[in-house]
Design a protein around this ligand. Structure first.
Ligand SMILES: Cc1cc2nc3c(=O)[nH]c(=O)nc-3n(C[C@H](O)[C@H](O)[C@H](O)COP(=O)(O)OP(=O)(O)OC[C@H]3O[C@@H](n4cnc5c(N)ncnc54)[C@H](O)[C@@H]3O)c2cc1C
Length: 526
């Protein structure tokens, strides 16, 4: 394969973050080079849960149908104590964004599907057995020194470089960006099995047993993941022995009928990079944050990063919006990634206590909570809120109304039958209009509106088939308003009937100028 000497975007690392980003940029027609030091996809099944927001992103990349055919959609997760008493349950089967909130999947299968998906794009080059050796950036771009497995060197010039190079990211280290947070002391034995004997239940269970915290989750194809925490002075070697694993399995199933195809001991980190970008170099996925797996969010947070970054890169590379837009990536993703890590740490605090007193206090808390079904439901709803009510806390949107919230994705009636809403919205910016209103001239003539060039979607055309309340808040459906959506389906601005849209559009333009002027921003000296 001939490597290009110039590209618009260089992605380093073909894990799930890099592969998803390459697919999204391919969809946008952005010339992209993806390099990976390994010869192919990694066979290790690390992540087991992919969330509905990630599937919506794969829908945007044209891969949701393929991926959904190989996953188990939706499950309930229950948390029980050492006596088998249920502490709480989270129902992850709702589909506010078109897909179940959580779904079990196989990471190597997903990575192969993403890699195969890249064959669709002539603008994307994928190069395995090639690593990034070093790089230097200036105001106009990044020069990257690549090296093949045989030691051959190759230089490539790119407008932007994205480090999707995993938790040990050499790009992050070269930029001098520290990870803030902790490496957690607990170790977990992770065992992947094929078990036709046990069946589908429990679909996902956390055993919050102070004698040995554990979890299990059903996976596609009669597979099941088990995880057991190491306690006391147990050694990794002991835990990985067949006898020990069979003894642990025997509490739940017949070990003789179980095929253990992978076993490994992991410890986890709860860390977030100090910043997600420096000049023209951006970090995404594990390179930017790592979380314990209790909320099933490591890979999903990485997919959220690249969804956020991809359309911004496309807009800037294609000259539609100024570089300041890229400054909003750090603003929008860093705090969001931190709150996901905090959520996982909080769940870990419920699951992992080995101290009898701490476990008894936890059990008493939930016993009290469960005497009031409304409170118990509130707790469960709060736990899944990051998946079921997705919103930006800060960034490029106008506050007020539904500004900064993700648009729900119900099923609607398209010309050939039912489709998910996004299929009718186009891929770029979209303006949802209600009441058959015409776009006022001061809106369509505004310079930012012209740069965004949104597709117009008249909600009356699709709304008839919608569940009554599902989009009402988002479309001002009782009046003639405009809901302006970003390509990633977050609301950029909700413009109330009669409001002067120029105020919102001016504000959005100013934000991009402010971002461009920040230290470390693209095109500025770091
Ligand atoms: C036991 C376990 C359970 C988990 N469960 C879940 C879960 O249920 N849900 C979830 O969302 N997440 C989960 N995760 C986390 C998830 O697996 C990771 O967050 C995800 O794999 C990270 O993807 P990535 O693309 O950011 O990085 P990686 O998958 O680490 O990919 C980085 C790639 O960059 C390449 N690379 C590095 N340096 C260079 C270089 N200089 N040049 C070229 N290539 C380079 C590497 O070879 C690698 O292929 C779990 C993790 C573990 C360990």
């Amino acid at each position: 394969m001939t490597l290009p000497t110039e590209t618009r975007v260089l992605i380093v690392g073909a894990g799930p973050a890099g592969l998803t980003l390459a697919n999204l940029l391919g969809t946008e027609g952005v010339p992209t080079l993806l390099v990976e030091r390994n010869p192919g996809c990694v066979p290790e099944p690390r992540a087991v849960a992919i969330d509905g927001e990630s599937l919506r992103t794969l829908q945007a990349a044209g891969l949701a149908e393929t991926v959904c055919a190989s996953i188990k959609q939706g499950f309930k997760a229950d948390y029980i104590n050492g006596d088998g008493v249920q502490l709480f349950t989270t129902d992850l089967t709702a589909r506010p964004y078109g897909y179940c909130l959580q779904n079990s999947f196989d990471q190597p299968t997903l990575e192969r599907q993403l890699l195969d998906g890249l064959a669709r794009f002539s603008c994307v080059t994928v190069a395995h057995n090639i690593e990034l050796a070093e790089f230097a950036q200036d105001d106009n771009g990044v020069t990257a020194a690549l090296r093949t497995a045989q030691g051959t060197k190759h230089s490539v010039r790119t407008d932007y470089m994205i480090g999707c190079d995993g938790g040990r990211s050499s790009i992050r280290q070269s930029l001098g960006i520290a990870m803030v947070g902790d490496r957690l002391p607990q170790k977990w034995l992770v065992v992947d099995t094929v078990d036709t004997h046990l069946g589908e239940e429990p679909s996902c269970r956390f055993y919050c047993d102070p004698r040995r915290p554990a979890m299990t989750i059903i996976r596609p194809g009669s597979e099941r993941r088990w995880e057991w925490m190491l306690v006391g002075d147990e050694s990794e070697e002991d835990m990985l022995s067949d006898d020990r694993i069979n003894a642990l399995l025997a509490e739940h199933t017949n070990p003789e009928q179980v095929d253990v195809y992978r076993k490994c001991v992991y410890s986890f980190s709860a860390v977030v990079a100090e910043r997600f970008s420096e000049g023209r170099v951006f970090l995404a996925g594990d390179a930017a944050h790592m979380t314990p797996p209790f909320a099933g969010q490591g890979l999903n947070a990485g997919i959220r990063d690249v969804r956020n970054l991809s359309w911004k890169l496309a807009q800037v590379v294609q000259g539609a919006l100024p570089q300041g837009l890229l400054g909003t990536y750090n603003l929008e993703r860093r705090e969001a990634a931190k709150s996901v890590v905090d959520l996982a740490v909080g769940l870990g605090d419920q699951i992992q206590p080995t101290d009898a007193q701490a476990a008894a206090e936890r059990d008493a808390f939930f016993a009290e909570l469960n005497t009031d079904p409304v409170q118990a439901a509130g707790f469960a709803a709060e736990t899944v809120a990051p998946l079921s009510d997705v919103r930006l806390s800060e960034g490029w949107f106008v506050e007020g109304g539904t500004g900064g919230r993700m648009l729900p994705q119900p099923e609607v009636t398209g010309s050939n039958g039912p489709v998910l809403l996004d299929a009718l919205l186009g891929t770029g910016f979209t303006a949802l209009l209600t009441g058959g209103n015409q776009l006022p001239a001061h809106v369509s003539g505004h310079p930012l509106w012209q740069s965004l060039s949104p597709s117009l979607c008249y909600m009356d055309d699709v709304v008839g088939a919608l569940p009554a309340s599902s989009l009402a808040e988002f479309t001002n459906s009782d009046s003639a308003g405009i809901t302006l959506l970003r390509p990633d389906r977050f609301v950029l601005a909700q413009i109330a009937p009669g409001a002067d849209a120029s105020t919102s559009l001016d504000r959005l333009q100013e934000m991009l100028v402010i971002q461009d002027a920040k230290p470390g921003a693209v095109g500025m000296e770091a």
